[in-house]
Design a binder for this molecule. Structure first.
Ligand SMILES: Cc1ncc(COP(=O)(O)O)c(C=O)c1O
Length: 466
């Protein structure tokens, strides 16, 4: 495949020279078609790697909604500074762009593009400029256990948790990761006994986050192995239980479920933020994972953080990341520090309950409105059902609120057995319950897409009748 690609490219360039000399039109068509072959070949190679690595599940190859990079930077192409723009706009990602009513709506991934509207509103408040001389070193703060953690980012993490009150940061080690996906793997490495005769079991209560089994078994580690649904796990001996609360995909708040106990818990708190759930207590677990992907919507920044009680565990997690990627992008950390600072500033000095300039207030209003619209659509259709949630007192908002999860765990009622295929027939892409260790009568639907797709989704859903 590779050699084919190279020879096609060489041929195409040769033709291009001839073409310009003679000014003939037919060689130019040859160039065009060879270029197409080249593009096709590259696309096939990329497709091959995506398939080969099992990433197809995660990467959407059908529609590109990318905003990053679609608009030329205001800087010259040769500028040595990195500018992150919030203004953006004018392209595919523009809120104003109307989708044709027969569009395929892709709600398979939890891509948090809903938050673009808030960050656009923030204008330049969250913009950073990184001069070319900055961030060259591998190291950030060698006195810290996590020596590649940028102090500014660490400071903003603590400030944000303090504002929101969702997790205890006192006497905790912060470990930064390339997304919480890397931290999850670092935690598995850190918690696995190094001298065991067989891999430690990794479990989570079904329906569980679909990436857990894939990521756990991807490298066929001799240290740990996916062992399925925590509800039915009854093997004696050590195990690691992943507790996701609020849960992806069904949105319920959770605790550990393995009956015989004695395992180590990893709490994935990606969605324990005010826009999704009432914050009923300050989480205070051994290992807590967070990510900017779901807290601020900056999934592309690829940053997560772990709050870790035990120093040895924090050291081993750091070691994993050191060996895996020699640290975590400083550019991303500086950007995330600025994003978190802007977010905290937006909510800190104001009445929390009545101002949409506050990120969490804005997010909560949008989520509440979307869940209301989805429940209406489900009722009008009569073919589906949704989980019901109990309202609870939110310590942050100072009032009783309902959960508004980032995903809808939708069930096809009646005859339909394969809800994913059924909805696909209506040009709505979702993720089947199968991937979450559950019945295919369920699908997971992202609630975090842009307004236009969400609007089209509820309209289309409400018009599906038996
Ligand atoms: C429960 C949960 N944990 C972790 C992640 C991954 O987060 P990140 O983008 O930081 O790798 C997700 C993303 O969907 C998630 O739902």
């Amino acid at each position: 495949m590779m050699s084919k690609k190279v020879s096609v490219k060489g041929g195409a360039e040769g033709e291009k020279k001839k073409d310009s000399k003679k000014g003939s039109s037919s060689p130019s068509r040859v160039v065009m078609s060879l270029n197409h072959v080249l593009i096709l070949s590259v696309a096939l190679n990329v497709g091959f790697f995506i398939n080969h690595l099992g990433l197809k599940d995660f990467i959407n190859t059908s529609v590109s909604n990318s905003v990053c990079g679609e608009k030329p930077s205001k800087q010259t192409p040769f500028s040595s500074s990195l500018v992150t723009e919030n203004g953006g706009g004018g392209g595919i990602g523009d809120e104003q762009k109307l989708l044709p009513s027969d569009s395929v709506i892709n709600l398979d991934h939890g891509d948090p593009t809903m938050y673009e509207s808030f960050w656009r509103k923030m204008g330049d408040k969250a913009t950073i400029v990184i001069p070319g001389w900055q961030c060259l070193s591998y190291f950030s703060d060698i006195k810290q256990v996590c020596w590649f953690l940028e102090p500014d980012f660490a400071q903003e993490i603590i400030r944000l948790h303090k504002l929101v009150g969702n997790a205890n940061t006192k006497d905790r080690y912060i470990v930064v990761g390339t997304g919480s996906t890397q931290l999850f793997q670092a935690a598995l490495y850190a918690l696995s006994p190094s001298n065991a005769t067989e891999p430690i079991s990794v479990v989570s209560a079904a329906p569980y986050y679909s990436s857990y089994p894939l990521v756990t078994d991807f490298l066929k580690s001799g240290l740990y192995r996916w062992a399925g649904d925590a509800y039915t796990f009854n093997k004696e001996g050590p195990y690691i239980e992943l507790v996701t609360s609020p849960n992806n995909p069904d949105g319920y708040s959770r605790e550990s479920v393995v009956k015989h106990g004695g395992g180590t818990l990893v709490h994935d708190l990606a969605y324990y933020w005010p826009q999704y759930a009432p914050l009923t207590s300050m989480a205070d677990h051994e290992i807590m994972l967070f990510t900017v992907s779901k807290s601020t919507g900056h999934a592309g920044t690829r940053l997560g953080w772990a709050l870790v009680k035990d120093k040895e565990v924090a050291k081993k997690m750091t070691k994993y990341i050191e060996l895996n990627t020699i640290g975590v992008s400083k550019d991303s950390q500086l950007r995330a520090a600025k994003i978190l600072r802007t977010l905290t500033d937006s909510c800190e000095n104001m009445e929390k309950t009545d101002h949409t300039e506050c990120f969490f207030k804005d997010g909560h209003l949008i989520m509440a409105e979307r869940w209301g619209q989805l429940r209406d659509a489900v009722q009008r259709s009569g073919m589906f059902s949704l989980p019901q949630f109990s309202p609870d007192f939110c310590n942050y908002k100072g009032t009783v609120t309902e959960p508004h999860p980032a995903f809808a765990w939708l069930r096809c009622e009646g005859e339909v057995q394969d809800c994913e295929s059924f909805l696909k027939g209506h040009k709505i892409l979702t993720r089947s319950g199968r991937h979450f260790g559950e019945d295919p009568k369920y699908v997971r639907v992202s609630m975090l897409d842009r307004n236009e797709s969400f609007k089209l989704f509820v309209e289309r859903l409400s018009s599906i009748h038996s």
